[in-house]
Write a protein that binds this ligand. Structure first.
Ligand code: TRP
Length: 331
């Protein structure tokens, strides 16, 4: 069985785009592979969150992943900072990570451009920490988006470099896990082709949004002035609404509105009303679970403890082996 690992950013609530993207696949995958999912709270320190925000964010992400169906008994779900072995491996890998290659990393260059007054060493070595996250469990498959491919390539470089340096084959090379067609791309409500938390206000529908908020966001979604005659081409914002509808509504509903568009009889207000109700039916069980799990401190602490134990067992073994390989030996 393959070991799969994914790091989850500890900021931002889950939206429909996340759900139809990675999360649904994580939920499925946990039964097919040896899965590790962790909340990347060490990484989040590069932006200096307050202690209160840090804790609240990690807690909310944990709650929402559990609500979305990650089973903490089946997968190993843990919080990165509960596994100090990761920090030790990061330190060791840093000795063979070079300033030049770290500075050439696209995500680093972007940060330097966006936040020139906070270019800290944690940002520079972000890919080293990410490599430590992955190889600490000797994972071979990492489900990541396009934006993380370079980081994954660097993880391979660091793993291979360690092996070469110590003449071992201890670390396997991690590769991207490709969901292929399984990913449904969810567009935004503001006419942009991607739902995302950093896009404009009202672009994303969060799993925790209540019915009133969902109706308001959908009714305000960008459209156009409507087809004037049958057979007109569809604009991107309207295509987006249909894509969303395909994800949450019945085929009959989609066909009905597509037919109306073709005939130029469509009223976007009607389409939006229907879309909002179908989104609400889809997300309300998730929202209820979020509220239920979010109110259960005892359960959350049990889950975090169990995850930390399982993760530390695997990470501890790796660190013992690595110390031996490097030459830290007991007297
Ligand atoms: N860098 C990833 C992101 O921004 C999060 C992450 C941290 C990660 N460590 C990881 C992803 C290890 C996969 C494997 O989304």
């Amino acid at each position: 069985m393959e070991t799969v690992l994914s790091g989850i950013r500890s900021t931002g609530n889950l939206h429909l785009g996340n759900y139809f993207g990675a999360i649904r696949n994580f939920v499925k995958m946990q039964h097919e592979h040896n899965c590790y999912f962790f909340i990347a709270d060490y990484h989040s320190l590069t932006t200096h969150p307050t202690p209160g925000d840090l804790h609240r964010n990690v807690r909310q992400v944990l709650v929402e992943y559990l609500a979305a169906g990650i089973d903490p008994e089946t997968a190993t779900l843990y919080i990165q900072s509960d596994v100090p072995e990761v920090a030790e491996l990061y330190l060791l890998l840093n000795m063979n990570a070079y300033k030049g290659e770290l500075e050439r990393c696209t995500s680093f260059k972007e940060k330097v451009r966006k936040q020139p007054d906070n270019v800290n060493a944690g940002l520079l070595t972000y890919p080293v920490l990410m490599a430590a996250d992955i190889i600490i469990h000797r994972a071979t498959k990492v489900p990541v988006g396009k934006d993380q491919e370079q980081h994954l390539e660097m993880a391979r470089t660091f793993a291979n470099r360690f092996n070469r340096m110590y003449k071992t084959d201890y670390f396997p090379s991690p590769y991207a896990f490709n969901f292929e067609q399984a990913l449904i791309k969810i567009p935004g409500l503001d006419g942009s082709t991607k739902m995302g938390k950093s896009e404009s206000e009202g672009n994303a529908i969060f799993l925790a949004d209540d019915a009133r908020v969902i109706r308001k966001k959908v009714m305000r979604a960008t459209t156009d002035s409507g087809p004037e005659k049958p057979g007109e081409k569809m604009s991107q914002p309207v295509k987006n609404l249909f894509s969303l509808m395909k994800a949450v509504s019945s085929k009959e509903t989609v066909d009905h509105f597509q037919e109306e568009f073709k005939n130029a009889t469509i009223r976007y207000g009607d389409l939006k009303k229907q879309l909002a109700e179908d989104i609400i039916s889809f997300t309300s069980p998730l929202r209820e679970k979020i509220l239920e799990i979010g109110a259960d401190n005892e359960y959350l602490s049990k889950v975090a403890k169990m995850g930390a134990e399982k993760a530390r067992e695997s990470a501890g073994k790796t660190i013992r082996d690595v110390r031996e390989i490097i030459g830290f030996r007991k007297f």
